[in-house]
Ligand binder design. Sequence first.
Ligand SMILES: Cc1cc2nc3c(=O)[nH]c(=O)nc-3n(C[C@H](O)[C@H](O)[C@H](O)COP(=O)(O)OP(=O)(O)OC[C@H]3O[C@@H](n4cnc5c(N)ncnc54)[C@H](O)[C@@H]3O)c2cc1C
Length: 334
Amino acid sequence: MTRQDFLKKAGLGLAAVGIYGNAPGQPGTVEKYKKMITQENSYEIVVVGGSYSGLSAAMALGRSLRKTLIIDSGLPCNRQTPHSHNFITHDGRKPADIAHDAKQQVLAYPTVKAISDRVVEVTGEDHNFTIQVATGNSYNAKKLLFATGVKDIMPAIDGFAACWGITILHCPYCHGYEVRGKNTGILVNDESAMEFAKLIRHWTDQVTVFTNGKAKFNKDELKDLGVPIEEKAIANIKQANGFISAIQFTDGSTISLDALYHRPAFEQHCEIPVTMGCEMTETGHIKVNESQQTTLPGIYASGDCTTRMRAVSVSVAQGSVAGSMLNHELISGS
Ligand SMILES: Cc1cc2nc3c(=O)[nH]c(=O)nc-3n(C[C@H](O)[C@H](O)[C@H](O)COP(=O)(O)OP(=O)(O)OC[C@H]3O[C@@H](n4cnc5c(N)ncnc54)[C@H](O)[C@@H]3O)c2cc1C
């Protein structure tokens, strides 16, 4: 899509711009929203998941005068990470502080409301969704956005979960700079081992690949690269307060480490889009088009639940696209 097409589709093209963005021939937007706002529990858009992506979408929606409800269960995937990196203007901040500031800014828009709760069921269809939350209330919405993220599945290794996001890392762009030059391991046992090792070697030349059992890939390339491979079964991670010091094997031996990379398996944090029938990709993400629209009418998705590119900046960008496209969809009456 060209930038021109995008702006046009988002209702920002010159022809579509009216006061408050209402399309030519439609009733005054302000009057319409004054009326809607008085209808309790009835919203134009319900955003399920109020972390970076959901809040970013809600900002675009609030600025578009849309009556929006954000419902969030408060479990973002990066909650154990002390510092978030690689998002300009917020580099090195606590993840919760970034989300807190975002929420404050979003809630300054009077058509946006947020509640802490977990969505347990969604029924209905485009223009008439019913959203049920765990505490018993239900809400009505014309459109839905799922910005519900993913859940990382920790390997069953004692000490691993305690280090997750602190010294056991998923992404060198987020945390590699902080452990540059350090004694680093990679826990991997598939064909991606070579590509993973090459990537991490950019930040440190002290790299060991741990397979936790017999290697299931050709080891020759890694050997040629000079990266040692340790195939012993892992018993536990030695750590204190999330800071790894060594990997201990089932034979009792240990190898010292400062950091360990791992790409864990994941599942959708919220299964509702799947149960509603949204098409999924081969990688287990919600299938969306360039407007963040799922394959079901009136349902959008953004952030980690839709992409392998897991970064705050990407989630925020996708949320912003979803918000403007939802507004456009409502303007166009579809
Ligand atoms: C350990 C770790 C460290 C990371 N570090 C960095 C970093 O330094 N820099 C960086 O750019 N990126 C980092 N990332 C990636 C970044 O955290 C994610 O890309 C980002 O959090 C995705 O945002 P999101 O809004 O899509 O999902 P999330 O932030 O995961 O939020 C999803 C939200 O949806 C809510 N939710 C789910 N289901 C429901 C439901 N049924 N009802 C209501 N609410 C629901 C959850 O409670 C949660 O609040 C890190 C990720 C991990 C795992």
